[in-house]
Write a protein that binds this ligand. Structure first.
Ligand code: TXA
Ligand code: MG
Length: 388
């Protein structure tokens, strides 16, 4: 059974947090809120504990976990003294949604955490409940997002319960997560900060500390995230709107300029190659000028409805009135993309709850947090992208 604690007092002596910390200390699995999404934690040093995470999530064993710490002093036992650029990143962005991939001290964490790599991903979350829990547990806490593998990450305790209830020991309910998308994962290469997964800390913010920012091919704007190219047969099978032999848009076989690089090499962040965030319905991401996008989606919705399918549109607040699908969900505001980041995963889950079979989502500019948002939308759509 899974114990649920409501925590609105962030004091670690608060009974719920103390029970949760005791479970972590004794090899249990506990989900907890962070400022990005909910994580599923276990003692990073214990292989038995970490294996429970993989089993509960159904996660592939070659996808390593992020280790969460509450204080800088915990870093000493995990990694050799960091260089000047890593130090600057920690000073500026910790606690916060930035994960650093650093050389690992052999034996510091279970080899299951690093999936056998010579590096470990570390972050200090900026959520008072997460910090209090990790500090009370007194160990480095390995924590992937607390969803079943492949599903949207959880931004509420109820999402964790829906995916992992009965499969984990406890859930600390601290209300809604903040950013709504996962942390930015980076590695350091000389003077360069290389983004392996876009997330809560934007490339623009990383440049502000004077760092040179580069992208792993799987994380670049316009990238298809390291997935294999869409097979021609799959492209041909994509649903097309009624009344036209050809769709008004073009199906992008590889998602734009950088895509060849993305498919050429394995992503440096193993998790980037897996299907992710997918709702149960078939989803398509539509790019282009707003009125053309709306016309395309509306035609596609009518065709699907005429075939008896339950339809959904994921729209920005500015455009939602243009749609009359069975379920039109506002993801957030284009003028404030942070609101869309915050709302994305809950919206994807809401389509599932309503049994929506076909979903069309509006694209957004890949600037600021919009870069991470598009990265997740592309994956949620299983790389089915239409450019109008
Ligand atoms: O915001 C977040 O980062 C959340 C919260 C709970 O902290 N956690 C999270 O964990 O998103 P997860 O497991 O869903 O994603 C971890 C990502 C994966 O893409 C994984 O491949 C990558 O980090 N990663 C972990 N260790 C790595 C390493 N040593 N080298 C490269 N990538 C690594
Ligand atoms: Mg995840």
């Amino acid at each position: 059974t899974t114990t649920l604690w409501q925590v609105d007092d962030y004091d670690s002596r608060e009974s719920g947090l103390e029970e949760a910390a005791a479970l972590l200390r004794t090899g249990g699995t506990v989900a907890f809120p962070t400022e990005t999404v909910y994580g599923l934690g276990a003692d990073a040093r214990s292989t038995a504990a970490v294996e429970r995470i993989f089993a509960a999530k159904g996660r592939p064993a070659d996808n390593p976990l992020i280790v969460h710490i509450a204080e800088l002093s915990q870093l000493d036992e995990l990694v050799p003294p960091p260089g000047p650029l890593a130090k600057r990143l920690m000073e500026r962005f910790w606690p916060g949604p930035l994960t650093l991939v650093l050389p690992v001290i052999p034996g510091a964490v279970s080899p299951r955490v690093t999936a056998g790599l010579a590096t470990v991903a570390v972050r200090m979350p900026a959520h008072p409940v997460a910090l209090a829990l990790i500090a009370a547990a007194g160990c480095p806490v390995a924590a992937p997002s607390a969803n079943r593998s492949g599903r949207p990450s959880p931004t509420l305790a109820s999402h964790v319960l829906a995916d992992l209830g009965g499969r984990i020991d406890g859930i600390v309910d601290g209300g809604a997560a903040g950013v709504g998308l996962e942390s930015t994962v980076v590695e350091i290469d000389g003077d360069t900060v290389r983004i392996l997964r876009p997330g809560g800390v934007t490339a623009e913010a990383l440049r502000e500390i004077g760092a040179h920012v580069a992208y792993d091919a799987a994380a670049a704007p316009g990238s298809r995230g390291g997935a294999a190219p869409l097979a021609p047969s799959a492209a041909a099978a994509l649903p097309q709107p009624a009344g036209s032999g050809r769709p008004p848009g073009t199906i992008e076989p590889a998602g734009g300029g950088e895509a060849h690089a993305a498919t050429a090499a394995a992503p440096r962040s193993p998790g980037m190659k897996y299907a992710h965030y997918a709702p149960q319905g078939l989803m398509q991401l539509v790019k282009g000028e707003a009125s053309a996008v709306a016309a395309y989606i509306q035609a596609a919705v009518r065709t699907a409805q005429s075939q008896g399918e339950r339809t959904g549109v994921l729209a920005f607040a500015e455009h939602a009135a243009a749609y009359d699908a069975d379920h039109v969900l506002v993801v957030g505001s284009l003028a404030q993309l942070e609101t869309a980041a915050h709302g994305l995963y809950a919206a994807l889950r809401a389509f599932d709850e309503r049994g929506v079979q076909r979903i069309w989502a509006e694209a957004c500019p890949e600037e600021g947090i919009g870069h991470a948002l598009m990265n997740r939308l592309v994956k949620a759509a299983g790389h089915q992208i239409v450019s109008i």
